[in-house]
Design a protein around this ligand. Structure first.
Ligand SMILES: CC(C)(COP(=O)(O)OP(=O)(O)OC[C@H]1O[C@@H](n2cnc3c(N)ncnc32)[C@H](O)[C@@H]1OP(=O)(O)O)[C@@H](O)C(=O)NCCC(=O)NCCS
Length: 222
């Protein structure tokens, strides 16, 4: 499927990802994680759901899920492995879900987010979501509060262009990251070549010194 952050691939969630996904869920959400049964139940909903996993070297490092009923879409969940955050993966998963919501004819998209979750709220705001309500004690069993956020309308050409711009910014970020990786690899190669040159010079010098010593000894011999 589509290429995400460098070395990461987005793919539809399948049942064989679920054990790993449930484990990742516990690393992503330290309070109120979904149980494996909750993910099974989401998969069992069939066509009304659209779940993606982000795979890196075959491992699940991110996931996101969408529910669509009539013209209303809903972000069920999104999570990225702590070691893979800050590279645009969360944004890529969200853009993919919102494009799918548009493809299915949704006119708006809602979600809930913990009031103190700054990273997620910044991500959603950038994609056009605004606060529409506050739900006290929404999260259970922790009793955390949630903002309800909504993006609307998402079925317009303007919103499509906003998603395209977000995707283009991510692609640019990716190529900058790749270029940085390439130049770091080149610098490492140059460093290794210089070190090899130095080692060869040191060996030649040692050899020269040994020969000189041997000559001096030979000349001094009776
Ligand atoms: C929210 C989450 C999915 C974002 O994933 P990510 O791969 O790090 O996201 P991105 O790299 O695409 O970052 C998206 C934006 O989030 C914001 N962001 C990321 N980390 C942030 C932080 N520590 N503080 C504030 N904003 C932050 C930035 O606006 C960033 O945009 P930028 O690239 O212009 O800086 C991830 O932090 C996560 O899994 N959190 C725990 C689970 C969770 O809270 N899920 C949402 C439930 S509603």
């Amino acid at each position: 499927m589509s290429l995400a952050a460098p070395g990461v691939e987005l793919a539809p969630l399948r049942w064989w990802h679920l054990a790993e996904l449930a484990e990742l869920e516990r690393a992503v959400f330290d309070v109120d994680p979904w149980t494996p049964e909750m993910f099974w139940s989401e998969l069992a909903q069939g066509a009304s759901r659209h779940y993606l996993v982000a795979l890196s070297g075959g491992r699940v490092v991110g996931y996101a899920g969408l529910a669509v009923t009539d013209d209303e879409a809903y972000i069920q969940t999104v999570g990225v492995h702590p070691g893979h955050r800050g590279h645009g993966l969360g944004a890529q998963l969200m853009v993919a879900l919102l494009r799918e919501a548009r493809r299915r004819g949704a006119r708006s998209c809602g979600l809930e987010v913990r009031t103190e979750n700054r990273a997620a709220r910044a991500l959603y705001t950038r994609l056009g979501f605004v606060d529409v309500a506050l739900r006290r004690n929404y999260y259970q069993p922790s009793g955390g509060d949630a903002y309800v956020m909504r993006a609307r309308p998402i079925d317009t050409a303007g919103y499509g262009a906003q998603l395209d711009a977000a995707a283009a910014a991510l692609a640019e970020k990716d190529s900058a990251a790749l270029a940085e990786k390439d130049s770091a690899a080149l610098a490492e190669k140059n460093r290794a070549a210089l070190a090899e040159k130095d080692a060869t010079a040191a060996l030649a010098e040692k050899d020269r010194a040994a020969r000189a010593e041997w000559r001096t000894a030979a000349e001094g011999a009776p």
